[in-house]
Ligand binder design. Structure first.
Ligand SMILES: *Cc1c(COP(=O)(O)O)cnc(C)c1O
Length: 384
């Protein structure tokens, strides 16, 4: 293994190969300390002062995320929302941002309410059309273009390289919510992104047992320093135990995502031919609008998320979700257990989500079992 570059999958499995220098433990300890002793000469040679700024338990997870995304630095946060909102809070009132119409609903609501009240000028665009992004940017005024790809819950795909080019020509940064793609399938920095954001609650941790977020920066520059300062000032840090769990979860990121992608692709193909299904939304289907772009920027699969539009409309969709046994009716995604959700119900009034849509997060159960369960649920919903 000397002259061959170690792949991201191997780095993740071993948390960068970290071994405790004192005990030789293959798993790091959890550092519970909230404060660190000052040196006798009044310095802080350890580089650590107080745990609202950082904690040694963050180190492995941040180093691993930096390596997996090919970035310069990473920061883990108390949630995906605190990671994402830090990117907007690093701007100034009056700055212009371009964001997608279809995106993670809670961030969309925050942008339309708090961020707008605070003074950001927010334009919502059809981000799967790069000409719409180009038409919305205002050179000099636009400071951030934000995209999510594939985007919740209809999985529209944005061309990252084209969006980066548009943003940079206007003097703006490109931020990418890459929660659904994961670094296993897409590394947005390679396509020109400046900041990559993850809800680490989802695939990175993968076990539906912590809330966490992450940012990975392409450069360790003044903007990055501002993001780090926002985390320390607002105290949107992850708890020590959660940071440790996140690293534990990330060790199996590659096999979990590969398995979910295989099952999701098969499910999408089988459900597309199902008599109760009007349409399957999945980047891995050649008939899907974003398929060609996905082939360029996703490697090894098209993700574990798909949505189905049920014939018979909203009533049939809710009835089908009520009749699953193996799938669990819950919000969230990216865990080992498969989840199904009538998405319009949770997004509420004003949602761009079609009322007949069921969102599926494919876990690591047997793919045949997953199909059989949803097949019987769809058929029984039809007779209900
Ligand atoms: C869940 C999610 C978020 C928000 O993350 P939290 O960890 O729940 O705060 C943001 N973006 C996407 C795509 C998500 O799925």
């Amino acid at each position: 293994m000397t002259d061959k570059k170690i792949t991201p999958a191997s780095l993740a499995a071993q948390a960068m190969g970290w071994i405790d220098p004192v005990t030789k433990a293959v798993v790091p300890p959890i550092h519970m300390a909230s404060t660190y002793q000052r040196d006798e000469d009044n310095g802080y040679r350890s580089g650590r002062i107080y745990a609202r700024a950082d904690n040694p338990t963050f180190d492995q997870a941040e180093a691993t995320l930096t390596a997996l995304e090919g970035g310069a630095r990473a920061l883990i946060f108390s949630s995906g929302m605190s990671a994402a909102t830090a990117c907007f809070l690093a701007l100034a009132p009056g700055d212009h941002v371009v964001v997608p119409k279809v995106m993670y609903w809670s961030l969309r609501n925050w942008l339309a309410t708090f961020a707008t009240d605070w003074g950001l000028k927010v334009d919502f665009v059809d981000a799967d059309r790069t000409d719409a992004i180009a038409a919305a940017v205002r050179p000099g005024a636009t400071k951030l273009v934000w995209i999510e790809t594939p985007a919740n819950p209809t999985w529209g795909v944005t061309d990252i390289a084209a969006a980066a080019d548009i943003a940079h020509r206007a003097g703006a940064l490109l931020g990418v919510d890459s929660t659904v793609a994961t670094p296993v399938l897409t590394r947005p920095i390679e396509f020109g992104a400046d900041i990559v954001m993850h809800s680490a609650t989802k695939y990175l941790n993968g076990h539906s047992d912590i809330i966490a977020g992450a940012l990975i920066g392409a450069r360790d520059d003044a903007h990055w320093a501002k993001l780090r300062a926002i985390r320390a000032q607002l105290g949107t840090i992850l708890g020590q135990t959660e940071a440790w769990l996140l690293m534990r979860g990330m060790r199996t990121l590659f096999p979990r995502v590969a398995w979910a992608c295989r099952s999701a692709q098969t499910l999408a193909e089988r459900l597309a031919a199902h008599p109760m299904v009007a349409e399957v939304l999945y980047p891995g289907l050649p008939s899907f609008a974003g398929h060609a772009v996905s082939r360029r920027q996703m490697t090894g699969g098209f993700g574990g998320m798909l949505s189905v539009r049920v014939k018979g409309g909203e009533r049939a969709a809710i009835a089908a979700a009520a009749r699953v046994a193996l799938w669990k009716r819950a919000t969230s995604l990216g865990g080992v257990e498969s989840l199904i959700e009538h998405r319009a119900s949770i997004e509420g009034p004003g949602t761009p989500c079609p009322p007949d849509l069921l969102r599926l997060s494919v876990g690591v159960e047997d793919g045949g079992d997953l199909f059989d369960d949803i097949d019987q649920a769809l058929r029984r919903a039809d007779n209900a």
